[in-house]
Design a protein around this ligand. Structure first.
Ligand SMILES: Cc1ncc(COP(=O)(O)O)c(C=O)c1O
Length: 358
């Protein structure tokens, strides 16, 4: 199959990867460097793999300006495992943590925390079907941390800045990680499933600050203790996924790092939101100030037209535009690796579709 048959891919996750990365992976798949084997077939204790992890960590440190006080972990279990692992480690047995409830994933994280102890919903946008980001919340000075979801993949909202908090922030950044700079000093821990912005499914990147890590509970199960993985390579990491993540990070540096990609992301988002706002045929689903730069959600005048839109778009080579099954509508996920021409193609398709069906 020719590479030209690749579609413009708007999948919400696993999402599109840079073509440069896919090509490099294809090239070296049967034989990785001097190892005499594929990267999938070498020991995680080998010099070749240790160099891959070191390279990925170094790139992350450069991209986010991370000092030595930060641990970078490559874990498994998806972001969903983090919903449990965070409170297991950091929710004190007799204490509490605050959660901001801004969508499906935030709710799931909160539910896991409640299973383990005193978690409190400090704000929620459930009253308006998660169409906004709460600007105010009721902070608790005694909370062990404040958990929030920086980008709400299902609803298409995003924090424009991290919430002000008197306690360390813990963030699920799965769907906007490395799409813009992060004020790291305000965080205790950030986690992100790789499969949207930084690689394939199978690895979750966790950044945890050393002084925050030292506050964790004791007597934790070994595999679920962040300290285990901060101390050493405890068990077999997802070698292949980390290898691809490293390649995506090198690609990101070539795009000018997070500041460079942020500018491209802004351009793509403006193009798409302008197309939505230009007409009554398309209707954005969230408050304008809460709009996500990563997942652009909108509706058409009827669900029948929406189904037709998705179908005809696919025929034009624009894939995976169907909204999340829980909310319907259209969702274009325009993560870092979604190139500007893909968004331009979508916008011209939207104009043509309206002309025919509007
Ligand atoms: C913001 C966010 N958090 C968590 C998850 C769940 O991730 P995983 O499937 O890796 O557990 C998703 C998946 O789409 C997500 O978008």
């Amino acid at each position: 199959m020719a590479i030209s048959q690749r579609l413009h891919n708007f999948s919400a996750g696993p999402g599109t990867l840079p073509l440069e990365v896919i090509s490099a992976v294809k090239e070296e798949l049967p034989l990785y460097q001097e190892t005499g084997a594929s990267v999938m077939e070498i020991s995680h204790r080998s010099a070749a793999y240790i160099a891959i992890e070191a390279s990925a960590r170094a790139a992350l440190r450069r991209l986010l300006g991370l000092g030595e006080g930060w641990h970078i972990l490559f874990l498994q279990g998806g972001a969903s495992m983090q919903f449990h692992q965070v409170p297991l480690n950091f929710l004190p047995r007799a204490g509490s943590a605050d959660y901001l409830i801004t969508g499906t994933w935030a709710r799931k994280a909160f539910a896991e925390a409640k299973r383990l102890g005193g978690a409190r919903a400090a704000a929620s946008s459930a009253d308006e079907a998660f169409a906004y980001i709460p600007q105010r919340y009721d902070p608790s000075l005694s909370a062990a941390y404040l958990h929030f979801t920086s980008n709400n993949t299902v609803y298409g909202t995003q924090y424009s800045a991290a919430p002000d908090a008197p306690v360390p922030l813990v963030c699920d950044a799965s769907s906007d990680f490395l799409s813009r700079p992060i004020e790291m000093h305000r965080y205790g821990l950030i986690y992100a499933g790789a499969q949207k912005n930084i690689g394939p499914a199978g690895v979750t990147v966790v950044l945890v600050r050393d002084d925050f890590l030292r506050r964790r509970n004791d007597a934790l199960p070994t595999m679920l203790d962040y300290g285990t993985h901060a101390a050493k390579c405890f068990n077999t990491p997802p070698v292949y996924a980390v290898y691809v993540v490293d390649k995506v990070l090198q690609w990101l540096e070539r795009q000018g790092g997070v500041a460079g990609i942020q500018a491209v992301n802004a351009k793509k988002a403006v193009l798409l939101y302008d197309a939505i706002d230009a007409t009554d045929f398309y209707r954005g689903t969230v408050r304008p100030e809460a709009r996500s730069q990563m997942n652009v959600t909108f509706r058409l005048p009827s669900t029948a037209l929406e189904a037709r839109f998705v179908e005809e778009a696919a025929e034009e080579g624009l894939a995976a535009l169907k909204g999340h099954r829980s909310v319907g509508g259209i969702r274009a996920s325009i993560y870092n690796a979604c190139p500007l021409p893909a968004v331009e193609a979508l916008v011209s398709f939207m104009r043509a579709f309206e002309k025919h069906h509007g």
